[in-house]
Design a protein around this ligand. Sequence first.
Ligand code: CA
Length: 176
Amino acid sequence: MLSRPLFAFPGLLFCAGLLVASGADAAPSFPRSIQRQLQLNYAPPCSICHQHGQTGDGTPIEPFAWSMRARGLTGSRDTLSPALTADETDNVDSDGDGITDVDELKNGTDVNSPANDCIIPSGTPIDDGQCTPGSQVSPTLGCTAGASTATTGPRSMSVWVLIFLLALILRRVTSA
Ligand SMILES: [Ca+2]
């Protein structure tokens, strides 16, 4: 009776450790990092890198994402700042409209489209290549490299379920 729970105990602990560790590796918000580095008054939307603004594997395929990858951006947050600096130094213009990526981000326009749509939430186009911020300019975006968060979502729930199971097993083991 005791051998099965005792056998399962290390395995469950290992699984819980893996889940916690993988959640802890989730990258912090890239938009906030870009906002800080370029001193923007808004956090760029996920869509500047991710197709349709949906984070996850295989979605960072927008032109700006490729430009940043070509300058060393990976899933690691440490690579973001150097890649963005290189993008600025190289005067990269991902959408080929004559306005560099960094200037577009500072202007609040779409780095992936020559149409120069506003990417500032509640922003209003005022003329070619410029956008004025609306009253609400800092939404919670939460884009991450791996599209996972450590504190919410299914992974976090799995950790709590495992912890609950461990507690049940320990209770049986200690009461037997
Ligand atoms: Ca451009």
